[in-house]
Design a protein around this ligand. Structure first.
Ligand SMILES: [Zn+2]
Length: 110
């Protein structure tokens, strides 16, 4: 892998991650705000079934969101050839700038 390929790989991965992160944050955020608004509009205080279903689905959504965040650390970035740690964010930028892995210091690409 050349420096150019390595840099574009990292950029592509970061962009994809940022977009997914943004979309998920929007979905979870809207769900929470939407719940508060619907609660006020429909007065779910009368019937707790809808409110509970909404809440449970919201919790599931949030757990999936957290799992996706944790999982993204495994799937994100480009793995180092030596230590196999995934390079993204600051270690990824170090690798692009210096050619060496931000974790183990070995050459990250040819
Ligand atoms: Zn390394």
């Amino acid at each position: 892998m050349t420096r150019q390929e390595f840099a574009s790989q990292i950029r592509y991965q970061d962009k994809r991650f940022n977009r997914a992160f943004f979309i998920w944050t929007m979905v979870v955020g809207l769900w929470m705000v939407g719940g508060a608004l619907l609660d006020g509009l429909l007065n779910w205080g009368g019937s707790t079934v809808f409110r509970q279903a909404y809440l449970i689905f919201g919790i599931i959504l949030f757990v999936v969101y957290l799992m996706a965040l944790v999982g993204s650390g495994v799937l994100r970035g480009v793995p180092c050839r030596h230590c196999k740690k995934r390079l993204f964010g600051i270690p990824g930028q170090i690798a692009v700038a210096t050619g060496n892995c931000g974790y183990c210091g070995e050459k990250a690409f040819e």
